[in-house]
Design a protein around this ligand. Structure first.
Ligand code: AR6
Length: 164
């Protein structure tokens, strides 16, 4: 699997699947979740999410991408940062692993991730980049290309540093 880092808006990514940093209710929200719901089409994506029965922290579930360039959206729920002593790193690693498993289930070969948990959920960006890159490097999957989408230049630098 090739791991790339890039700067940009994940809703514009023409990959098989994009990952959403969602909440346990899969009810939509702000940040990347809001952008994905707007890009896919609020009503259709809301209906599709409502059939999934929510999603636990560290797990992932797929819906179609509807109006997005991506064929699938893989919704995952990252941990809320509470200082690092509450299993946050393991839960975040689980998000990356489960997204690859769900990508394999739907047959996605290219996948783009946002920086899960690093917005409203408060996970420190350098530590989140450590987990993302280390977990992806270890994973066994049929996914051929993973793109780590940074929404700001500082996050892109964190990824590039770890991919060296
Ligand atoms: N493309 C790529 N990355 C983005 C985009 C975008 N269009 N928009 C924001 N980011 P956040 P979380 C980055 O807060 O911390 C939602 O309300 C952003 O810069 O979206 O996992 C959910 O419903 C940050 O680095 O997700 C949950 O309630 C990263 O995406 C909660 O927020 C994640 O920030 C999840 O919080």
């Amino acid at each position: 699997m090739r791991i790339e880092a890039a700067l940009g808006d994940i809703t514009l990514e023409a990959v098989d699947a994009i990952v959403n940093a969602a909440n346990p209710a899969l009810a939509g929200g702000g940040g990347v979740d809001g952008a994905i719901h707007r890009g896919a089409g609020e009503a259709e994506l809301h209906r599709a999410c409502a059939t999934l029965g929510g999603c636990q922290t560290g797990d992932a579930k797929a819906t179609p991408g509807f109006d997005l360039p991506a064929r699938w959206i893989i919704h995952t729920v990252g941990p809320i940062w509470r200082g690092g002593g509450f299993g946050e790193a393991e839960l975040l690693a689980s998000c990356y692993r489960r997204c690859l498993e769900v990508a394999d289930e739907v047959g996605a070969r290219s996948l783009a991730f946002p920086a899960i948990s690093t917005g409203v959920y408060g996970y420190p960006r350098p530590r989140a980049a450590d987990v993302a890159v280390a977990t992806l490097k270890e994973a066994e999957t049929n996914v051929e290309v993973v793109r780590l989408l940074a929404f700001d230049a500082a996050t892109l630098d964190l990824y590039l540093d770890r991919l060296d």
